[in-house]
Design a protein. Structure first.
Length: 242
């Protein structure tokens, strides 16, 4: 007697035509994006630049920093490249969503998280365009004066307490162009026993959404790897026949 094999999971219609799948994707993306942008605004309005606040000693700190690159600061100064890559990633997320069956609700949430993370950091690279002022460790927004010969540098984020510097245009040009930066503020302290900081990087909610969403997709794809069929004519495994 042959061992009973359960029927495969019905795929049904794809997620692209299922309203509930769209709700899962877009609500996750909207909520994730709102939390990311709101926490960035709060952190920089409260702590300004380079300030630090301990939330849980040796576990969690808030420390504001502006990142000109991608993860771990890679690729600093290539804002346009990151924007193009973000657009491609967004298109890939939508394509993957269209390929998934409507039953895979957890994948829809993971794709929504990736969408939120990519949009959050993309927003920063478009809107937070600053230049580093040597010797201060701080970043400033540039504004050309009315006569075109003076450049006004205002410490980011702009507020009545912001430091303001005025430079001749030629001197400001030596600082380089204003590039897009991503606002980071979450720090996990890893300096144990007075040694070197094992994890020196600072990140944000968008990074958490990206890593979490990609991790879920990776685990799902590993679990769904097709098994190799047994060679023709080979005997079944013990238990296939009674």
């Amino acid at each position: 007697m042959r061992k009973h094999i359960a029927p495969a999971e019905p795929i049904g219609d794809g997620a692209l035509r299922d309203p509930a799948s769209h709700v899962r994707l877009w609500v996750t993306a909207a909520l994730g994006l709102a939390v990311d942008l709101a926490t960035k605004e709060w952190a920089f309005a409260t702590l300004r630049q380079t300030e630090r606040r301990v939330i849980v000693p040796h576990v969690l700190e808030f420390q504001t920093t502006l990142n000109p690159g991608a993860l771990f600061g890679i690729g600093a100064g290539h804002t346009e490249v990151f924007l193009i890559a973000s657009v491609i990633a967004l298109g890939l997320v939508v394509w993957m969503f269209a390929q998934t069956p409507r039953q895979r609700w957890f994948m829809h949430i993971a794709l929504g998280a990736i969408l939120a993370g990519a949009l959050g950091n993309m927003y920063d690279r478009v809107t937070v365009r600053v230049v580093h002022y040597p010797g201060t460790g701080r970043f400033y927004e540039r504004q050309l004066g009315e006569d075109g010969q003076i450049v006004i540098l205002r410490e980011y984020p702009a507020s009545p307490e912001s430091d303001v510097r005025t430079l001749p245009r030629w001197a400001a040009d030596e600082l380089g162009p204003a590039d897009g930066h991503v606002r980071d503020f979450i720090k996990i302290p890893t300096r144990w026993f007075g040694g070197r900081d094992v994890w020196p990087w600072v990140f944000n909610v968008a990074d958490m959404l990206l890593v979490g969403g990609v991790g879920v997709l990776a685990v799902r794809m590993l679990r769904e790897r097709p098994t190799h069929a047994a060679p023709a004519g080979s005997r079944g495994a013990p238990g296939d026949h009674a």
